[in-house]
Design a protein around this ligand. Structure first.
Ligand SMILES: [Fe+2]
Ligand SMILES: [Fe+2]
Length: 266
């Protein structure tokens, strides 16, 4: 085996007495020996030649790692039947249950956004921009549920669905009108989802599950605060507009996705 090494490594290895290394080998001490070897005409680069022998309990580095001994514990724990996950490692039941709850949250929110899509798509409501916006929002929440399902499977948990509640189907409000009321409802749902995600994160934290906290932070929490900001701006704009003619322009903006920040599903 021939390995390249930096000049620093070469200097460190050079400090070993080669004679001593070979002496050990000849005396039957089967340690791993690294013999410095300098290539001619190539300054700054050097190679080391490793002479492998049988394993020895005396490591050069001082770090003892015996994989075939240490892996035995893991080996006996590999499930004998295929009804249990083979991949599961340091994944607590509490995390598995919390993930299933969050899947249900995302599905419920998706269902409400789908109801909003159906409402704004009616001929006697006639706001196709709002219909499009809430259809995309519904798809995105369902995608969140699916991301969590895939994550559950990645960690060796089991996805369990729970019931989805029947949402309201009428969204007109006597004072606010339907457009503002729907967007305020969306803002409340996004904040509620954020609360649920933070609870999920704290369960992972209590279980010392570093990978799960990292996943929730990177894939959900960052995006969630952006969604809240965007819907908040829509609420503010709709309050300025009121219930009149301006709603039609706002709807066209949603339809074309033409606002300054770009319209995307929350
Ligand atoms: Fe979501
Ligand atoms: Fe969302």
């Amino acid at each position: 085996m021939l390995l390249k090494a930096s000049a620093t490594s070469f200097a460190a290895i050079s400090s070993l007495k080669q004679q001593d290394i070979f002496k050990d080998k000849v005396a039957g001490n089967n340690s791993l020996c690294w013999v410095p070897y300098r290539r001619p005409k190539r300054e700054g680069l050097c190679s080391v030649r490793a002479i492998t022998g049988e394993t020895n309990s005396k490591p050069l580095t001082g770090v003892i790692f015996e994989p075939f001994t240490e892996v035995q514990n893991e080996l006996v724990q590999v499930s004998k039947n295929s009804t249990q996950s083979f991949a599961r490692q340091r994944f607590e039941d509490a995390c598995e249950a919390a993930l299933n709850e969050q899947i249900n949250v995302e599905y419920n929110v998706s269902y409400i956004y789908h109801a909003l899509f159906a409402y704004f798509d009616r001929d006697n409501v006639g706001l196709p921009g709002f219909a499009k916006y809430f259809k995309e929002a519904s798809d995105e929440e369902r995608n969140h549920a699916e991301m969590l399902m895939k994550y559950q499977n990645t960690r060796g948990g089991k996805v369990k669905f729970q019931s989805i509640l029947m949402p309201l189907m009428e969204f007109d409000h006597p004072e606010k009108g339907d457009a503002l009321y729907a967007m305020e409802l969306a803002l409340s749902l996004e904040k509620l989802t954020n609360e649920k995600l933070l609870s999920l994160h704290s369960v992972a934290q209590q279980c010392n599950d570093a990978q799960m906290t990292d996943y929730i932070e990177g894939s959900f929490l960052a995006e969630q605060v952006q969604a809240i900001k965007q819907v908040s701006e829509y609420v503010a704009q709709l309050r300025r507009i009121g219930k009149g003619h301006g709603i039609w322009h706002f709807d066209q903006m949603l339809l074309k996705g033409a606002d300054a920040g770009g319209v995307a599903a929350a």
